[in-house]
Design a binder for this molecule. Structure first.
Ligand code: BG6
Length: 423
């Protein structure tokens, strides 16, 4: 499909680190039309050559890059290159400018057909998210709006639905009769990384839990969709978010955070958070759900741990306990799925130990694992919204967290130390 991709804010960090390399990757492998045109737009005055010179590219991809200063007149400029079957406007700009930029693009003449891709944060709370959503729909229809949560394009995250709905053996035990608890954790060794301007007014609840971790929760707990239509999948996620009740939230801040460049010296922003929740529906009622995140943690790891109830009667080890079965889905860095079961320790005595059945993505497949942005951009070009987030999903996830967003003095934790126990 011959497409034009307009990147508003194309001289920023996201283009440099993710968007242009991902498009270059797709182009080299001929996964996108070889006449795809990428028009970077920014406030500065740049020639096409200067713009091209900002990126390290290959396969003559740089010939596909053009630059247009500002957005005014960009439709006319694009029309000068002929017809495109798909026009995508990627807003790589500060979120405060989403609505006004969408309005400019609509005024330019893109409102009828183009797709518009935006990055999180989608609002700062429920109210601002609803305002943003309704402002965007003044310029574009909901089905033209692609809200990007890059976690949805991670390989293991896409595998969650396949794992659950393409196998017979898990679905029957995927409920409150058998599951004791669900833990979703996303830790990073990295701290603030020069992002104080955004992060200090956001914090970990907004930065990680409201979007990435809640999306993981939806995929792990939603009902099977009737088909794989984006709308149908979203409907199932919405049902989970409607029945999600958060009971408790504790927030932490790493020592030294307030001394970081650009951070308010009295900041109470959370760099770690734990949320205790439940899903009040037939399948999950009574199952504790825990979501945890931390920056400056001891490890970089995102995983989902589903712990099962114990067997009804202990035949072995009757004096002690047999550890619970667990399914651990590791989203990163060692992508895979592990089943933790009891087994006999080899030897003369009947000793029960743990056996780990480990499926490692990297050991099982030789090919490279695609980067999230490669998948997301390809899907946008193909008009597939399955891995993007709907307006309702963003609003409902804000709503569930709303009582916990503001206030509370965070506890302090040491930099380099995960503030929550390892299960
Ligand atoms: C982003 C957050 O959405 O996700 C960052 O704003 C966070 O603070 C990042 O570091 C984590 O993404 P990944 O893919 O590195 O786990």
């Amino acid at each position: 499909m011959k497409s034009a991709i307009i990147i508003a804010g194309a001289t920023g960090d996201l283009s440099h680190r993710k968007l242009i390399p991902a498009l270059n990757y797709l182009y080299c492998r001929k996964m996108i039309d070889q006449e795809t045109m990428i028009i970077g737009s920014g406030r500065g005055e740049l020639t096409d050559e200067e713009f091209r010179g900002r990126f390290a590219t290959n396969c003559q991809f740089s010939d596909r890059l053009y630059y247009h200063q500002g957005l005014e007149g960009i439709k006319e400029y694009l029309d000068g290159f002929g017809e495109f079957e798909r026009v995508i406007c990627f807003l790589s700009i500060p979120p405060q400018a989403y609505s006004s930029t969408a309005a400019v693009l609509a005024k330019e003449g893109f409102g009828e057909e183009a797709l518009i891709v935006i990055e999180k944060p989608f609002g700062h709370n429920f109210e601002t998210a609803s305002i943003l959503n309704s402002e965007l729909t003044e310029s574009f229809r909901e089905e033209q709006i692609y809200r990007n949560d890059h976690y949805l394009a991670k390989e293991t995250v896409q595998n969650i639905m396949v794992f659950r709905f393409a196998n017979t053996i898990f679905e029957a035990i995927w409920n409150n009769r058998y599951v004791e608890s669900i833990l979703i954790e996303g830790y990073e060794e990295l701290g603030l990384e020069e992002r104080a301007a955004y992060y200090d007014s956001a914090g970990s609840l907004r930065d990680m839990i409201q979007n990435h971790l809640m999306q993981l929760l939806c995929l792990v707990t939603m009902e099977p969709p009737v088909n794989l239509d984006a709308q149908e999948i979203s409907r199932q996620k919405v049902d989970i978010l409607k029945s999600l009740k958060i009971d408790k939230c504790s927030k932490g801040q790493y020592e030294g955070y307030r001394l970081e460049k650009g951070v308010d010296p009295d900041s109470t922003t959370d760099t770690a958070a734990e949320v205790k929740a439940r899903i009040e529906n037939f399948r999950w009622s009574g199952v504790p759900i825990i979501m945890r995140t931390a920056k400056a943690a001891s490890r970089t790891e995102t995983r989902i741990v589903v712990t099962f109830k114990n067997i009804p009667r202990l035949l072995f080890n009757s004096e002690g306990e047999i550890a619970h079965n667990r399914i651990i889905i590791t989203v990163q860095p060692n992508e895979g799925i592990m089943l933790d079961v009891a087994g006999k320790v080899p030897g003369i005595n009947l000793e029960i130990g743990r056996s780990k059945m480990n499926f490692s993505l990297r050991q099982s497949y030789e090919g490279d694992i695609p980067e999230a942005y490669q998948k997301l951009l390809l899907d946008a070009i193909n008009g597939d919204r399955t891995l993007f987030v709907s307006a309702d999903e963003t609003e409902l996830s804000w709503k569930a967290l709303e009582p916990f967003l503001e206030g509370g003095e965070p506890f302090l934790y040491r930099k380099g130390k995960t503030p929550f126990p390892r299960d």
